[in-house]
Design a protein around this ligand. Sequence first.
Ligand SMILES: Cc1cc2nc3c(=O)[nH]c(=O)nc-3n(C[C@H](O)[C@H](O)[C@H](O)COP(=O)(O)OP(=O)(O)OC[C@H]3O[C@@H](n4cnc5c(N)ncnc54)[C@H](O)[C@@H]3O)c2cc1C
Length: 408
Amino acid sequence: MGLHVLDEVNRCLECKQPSCQRGCPINTPIPAVIKLLKENKLDEAGKILFENNPLTTICSLICNHENQCEGHCVLGKKGAPVHFSAIENYISNAYAPKMIKGPAKSNGNRVAIVGSGPAGLTIAIILARYGYQVTIFESKDKIGGVLRYGIPEFRLPKSVLEDMQYRHIELKGIKIRPNIRIGDAIGIDDLFRDGYKAIFIGTGVWRPNVLHIKGETLGNVHFAINYLNNPSVYKLGENVAVIGAGNAAMDVARTAVRNGSRKVTCYSLTKEVVASDYEFKYAKLEGVEFIYNVKPVEILDDGIMIRKVKENDDGTFTEIEGSDEFCPSDSVLIAISQGPRNVIVSTTTGLKASDRGLLVADEFGNTSRPGIFASGDVVNGSRTVVEAVAHSKIVAETMHKYIQSLNE
Ligand SMILES: Cc1cc2nc3c(=O)[nH]c(=O)nc-3n(C[C@H](O)[C@H](O)[C@H](O)COP(=O)(O)OP(=O)(O)OC[C@H]3O[C@@H](n4cnc5c(N)ncnc54)[C@H](O)[C@@H]3O)c2cc1C
């Protein structure tokens, strides 16, 4: 083990006002977990972690810790913070094999979960704990959403998702219907017809944002979210241009390098990348190059035409006329975020969407139609895994109360 977890545990100052916990979007009881570990109570620590966050193993690997728990640790002000991510990862991996309990006693109520990303999985796991008969409908062949089809293997091994599927889904009696997109052959009203008491929508954001420039439909151009779905089927060539400098751009750039591209360049509109500091540093370390304050104005078969921009104080950009430059590349990957698809909203009466196409739901997950609940990226736009889980914990309780009220 690179970092000795017990050394990290012993470095914790046990602050009376633990800012690490306040910095965690899901309020992980970090001091309590560390105290239990110091007392050799690994299983209790693991139980607390999984009860608070069913995706604790995943979060230990891919949360933006430097801005969350570790970014708030007081030790970080003068030196290295306590690396709680390593502690959480160790506990959750060591405790997971002990989670072998079967399904809870059925309460006789069916619920449908549309989408198996972090939001849908959280709702499914919590409602199964209450004894609901849960069925997940997933348009892809496997569960996980962005965890499986976006975040690359080198950051989140698929084995973590397989273990989660076995332990938290299959063992708990949750049914999965893969390869079915709700809103096509089967719609929301079919689910109500078949006795689902409540329906959860956690379909995320999968429609790539487009540049609206000439050349975007050429054969050498791909969208980040499509590429990450299955990188091995793409033939990118040696020289790759990545448009964008967020976390998804870092993922595609680093994946392209790992798949053999020799020169990978990210073109950023802003003067600094918007990706997290670590992702950016790793990308640079792995040889990815960055060009700042430019925007692509045309894509050609053999490269991109970029134009310099000036960043104004109000956050807008002014294009610098006459600054166009041609940058050769074999392929272009567009990584400028995603928006929601509207297949469910357009096929379901009474569901409201915002101007951006996001599903309208309140903080408790109530949509505009009773019995239908939503959370995660499809409501909040592109955010993070831990935010999707934290929001979905609240929504699961709303759904539970709603179904109880139907049965009174
Ligand atoms: C490339 C990339 C890297 C990222 N890296 C990080 C990271 O390191 N850390 C972090 O915290 N966050 C990261 N994020 C953001 C994070 O992954 C998302 O915020 C999170 O996955 C949102 O969860 P969700 O459940 O709302 O949606 P999703 O994960 O998008 O899951 C939605 C699911 O719904 C399914 N679906 C869609 N429509 C239908 C339908 N009609 N019927 C049935 N199923 C449907 C989809 O196939 C998918 O499985 C990243 C995002 C991207 C794109």
